[in-house]
Design a binder for this molecule. Structure first.
Ligand code: SF4
Length: 229
């Protein structure tokens, strides 16, 4: 069964404020809240986050980004043709008795300061599988961090549901899951440490560090603006 879930967080809630100088960061309950997808960028080069969201530098999307968005949209359109609309609560309830697949599930955690869209999630009576679609078949650390953060946000959302959570990376446009791990205590500890670092960056107590890998700089869309290239 396929289910389409309505977005259930109002991002224009009066208690949610924009960060005064970091574009895309919201202040919620006094904590910086940022898009989980930034963790992929953080793993590539933290300094690019500074250039894009603190300094406000805009660049054209790369061909890889455009291709990724196209494939993503195609999958989304195909899914909507056969999906049934419901609420998050109803989906969770039904999944205790039957398997459910959902896409573009919005997750939000004020506690951990993160929000984002899970590409696809399988909800079964025994476990949840949180899937992030990626180009290629190499599980880079940045991708792993991103999907672990989705798991943490989801876990926080369904607080009290003891079903196992599994993280997975899948080759975009295919059924090939090329990396998976249970979201256990070790995984949770690891991602929480990274989220604390992100908070430290946003608070200014740590600096956004540039990569020391010149091959990354050679392909970076910010290289024309970067003093470290
Ligand atoms: S040019 Fe290199 S150091 Fe600068 S933002 Fe890009 S990847 Fe980072």
């Amino acid at each position: 069964m396929f289910w389409l879930i309505e977005v259930w967080l109002n991002m224009w809630d009066e208690n949610i404020k924009d960060h005064p100088y970091i574009r895309g960061v919201k202040l919620i309950d006094g904590k910086n809240n940022f898009p989980i997808s930034w963790l992929n960028q953080q793993g590539y080069c933290e300094y690019s986050i500074f250039l894009e969201y603190v300094q406000g530098i805009e660049t054209a999307p790369t061909p890889e980004m455009q291709k990724g968005q196209e494939v993503h949209q195609q999958l989304e359109d195909q899914f909507k043709e056969k999906a049934v609309s419901t609420t998050f609560q109803e989906m969770m309830h039904i999944s205790k008795g039957e398997d459910i697949l959902s896409r573009e599930l919005y997750v939000f955690s004020a506690k951990y300061g993160i929000r984002g869209m899970i590409d696809e999630i399988w909800l079964t009576p025994d476990e949840f599988v949180v899937i992030d679609d990626k180009p290629g078949t190499i599980a880079y650390e940045s991708m792993v961090n991103q999907v672990l953060a989705y798991c943490l946000a989801f876990k926080d959302t369904v607080d009290g549901d003891i079903r196992r959570i599994r993280a997975a990376l899948r080759q975009r446009g295919t059924d090939n899951i090329f990396w998976t791990v249970e979201f256990d205590e070790n995984a949770e500890t690891k991602i929480k440490a990274l989220l604390q670092r992100m908070q430290d960056l946003f608070n200014g107590s740590k600096h956004f560090l540039p990569t020391d890998n010149p091959r990354k700089c050679a392909k970076c869309r910010f290289k024309d603006y970067c003093e470290f290239k």
